[in-house]
Design a protein around this ligand. Sequence first.
Ligand SMILES: [Zn+2]
Ligand SMILES: [Zn+2]
Length: 899
Amino acid sequence: AEYRKYYLVDLFRRKGFVRKKCENCGKYFWTLNETRKRCDDQPCSPYTFIGNPPTEKKLDYVNTWKTVERFFVAKKHASIKRYPVVSRWRPDLFFTVASIIDFQRVEGGKVVFQLPANPLIVPQMCLRFNDTPSVGVSGKHYTSFCMLGQTSIAGKGGYWKDRCIDLDFELLTKSFGVEENEVSFIEEVWLGYGAFGYSLEYFVRGLELGNAVFTSFEGTPSKYTPMKERVVDMGAGLERLTWLTQGTPTSYDSNFADVLKKMKEVSNVEYDEALFLRYSRIAGAMNLDDYKTISEARGVIAKSLGVDATRLAGQFGPLEAMYAIADHARTLLFAITDGMLPSNSGGGYNLRVLFRRAQNFIRRYGFRLTLGEVANWHIDYLSRMYPELAEHREDVGEVLSVEEARYTSSSDRVAKIVASVSSSGQSPSTEQLVQLYDSEGVTPEQLSAAGVNVSLPENFYDQVLARHATKQREVEEERPSFAVAKVAPTKLLFYDEGAKFEFKARVLKVFEGKYVVLDRTAFYPRGGGQEPDHGRIGDAQVTEVVKYGDVVIHTVVGKTPRSGTTVDCQVDGTRRRKITQIHTATHILNGSSRQVLGPWVWQHSAFKEEDYGRLDITHFAHLTQQEVEKIEDLANEVVRKNLPVNTSFMPRQEAEEKYGFRIYQGGIVPTRSIRIVNIGNWDIEACGGTHAKRTGDVGLVKITKVERVQDGVERLEFVAGESAIEYAHRMDSALNHVSATLETQRENIAKVAESLKAELEAVRAREKALGLRVVELSTAEVLSSAKEVKGVKLYVGSQSSLSEELIIAQGQKCTESDPSLVYVRVFAIGNSARVVCFVGAKARESGLSAGDIARQVASVLGGSGGGSAAFAQGGGPSLDRIEEAVRSVEGTVASLVRG
Ligand SMILES: [Zn+2]
Ligand SMILES: [Zn+2]
């Protein structure tokens, strides 16, 4: 039997575990309890630990971890610090979703393992957003949780499945004191990223505690090969273990005990505790995924409790909201600490969704607390286990308060939309719900609270997130149409110390008469946001350089060198030097932005050209003039210090351990050896570009423009070194030009410009006053030249020296002094013909409306018009029909008069 090979571990054999088939779900499980007929998973078994924990002691969250850590360290495991929850080392994920992610790197589309110690245990915070609607309600779902990762590579000091299961069993029975016959294991197959393995999930009293995966195959179960390294990946939920020892109604009561206590102190929540315990036992044993909506699931619980569903929601709504707030605040705390900001794109959007959801709960139930305070309470408790949280207390507070201000400023608008949907009496479709959330920030919960009939699908937030999930995947390398793979790799000279811009090389191949491959090159190919070198190969000009795999292709114009010949090559040294100054300045500015603004600053993208640099950074607000100056001053201080710029290749693992994941500012590097650029410990990044030898070579850094390019991303445009001097020259000559035009000294330009502007405003005001006077004086003339048409007085004017503003003033004035007047003027402004129409109060009694008249006259002009009965305007493109339009007015008015 196959199962013996995969699941029959030493412990089962030694202790006499029996293998059984669950009579309810058909899964196979292992137990010491001969009478057990069902597996211990939901829905086959209820939660029997609630109100009745099976352990010797009740432990809080931190002490549960300490117990686990003590056990594994005694068993020769290294206790590793958690990795960031923002998984910068993975191109395919925003967040660390499992402990094993810490130790996986992607190389050439394949996963490789990189363990800092073997075997090890890590308390890895993981973020997952797919269960968001269940959080707070189910009693066990979280958006962030701690996965206790027990990881080992077989051999090399590590172990395989027998020892893994031995240890897990010993931990539960010896350290936690659970009876041996209460622990059972279910057989599973676990599928991962291009790899899979057999696994044993272990349970106590209905609660799944951990899953030990024995990863040993590459591919899929139908087509696979054994892996070189067999990896034990056991993940247990710290939240589950804590809960098991306490047996509280929900997992939140155990794990957020301190925080909930403080939350309840400031915001009183009253509920029937006995009913809640019964409610929790049922809710905990239910699989919420089986229900379309949370309210449907609640209906089922209500029925089995024999209470009214609406009453149940009213009873426990505030409590569940509190649980959700505690969870969301903890998730935001870890994500922000690890350098991600709430925003409208990518992983930042998950955070914004979560923030709004929590904030809506606070508002709906009138809790007297802020997410910043809740995050602080988490820090107070959790920093015993995660001291880095306390170091970022202020940063997290700042980010959360900015997000709160943003929420508050949009909430009035949201309230209006909610009211209008509510009064329409319709129930929005899922598509409409997503739309409302996405473009207006209106959550289904808000609509539901306003009495709108909302049926919220389980995957609602997934649908919303799917619109924003554009994790930067590695861009598929563009392939040329010709066979570069057959050419020998190009030797790269541009990284060599003392590299010369002049070199000799042999032409290996020429494609399509203009794509040249050399055996060696000092030309830097386009890459990492840095523009390529230009120069000369033989007598041909190099206009583009690109690297495909290991081969560098030079695009040339002019006399193409022949294949097989040796040529003299010359890199344009001035261009290279200027690009290098800009590139080095990018690193320096990245470092000073982080210093001035905060640790959430990451390079979003960058571009380095000969006379222009661009650095996009992640930040939550527009940069102030003061901040920009500080960033620039600090950058120039680094330049003046003339710090060394050290570049060296080092093993990826060593670089990550030494410098952390901050090195991946420009994205991940999918190779084992990476090039580290260290600017005097000011800024350390993995980078393949060209850099100055010392910061002094950059000369000067000048920020020329700052703008927001998308929510959460600020762009700095800058020049450096020689291009900064050129920039200064350009600004100088522009200033000279202005000073000559204003006929004043440069020092006085600002003053003179201000007084000129004031003078111009005064002239305009005077002109307007004069115009109004002209309008007044012309009233009598207009009235006297009006003619009688079917009982109303009609004035039709054409071109005039009056501005449109004054024409409107005239029409108004005239119809005020004679209410039986209809005033119409057709005239040209720029490239279009316009009509302005007023109908006096008395004239309106005969059924005339300015809107009707303007519309008809404008149609003669080939356009449209409209307005109220008293005043309307319009226009069209047909300038040549102004006269015709003027002539049409009388007939139009006559036809519109009633009677
Ligand atoms: Zn079962
Ligand atoms: Zn660089």
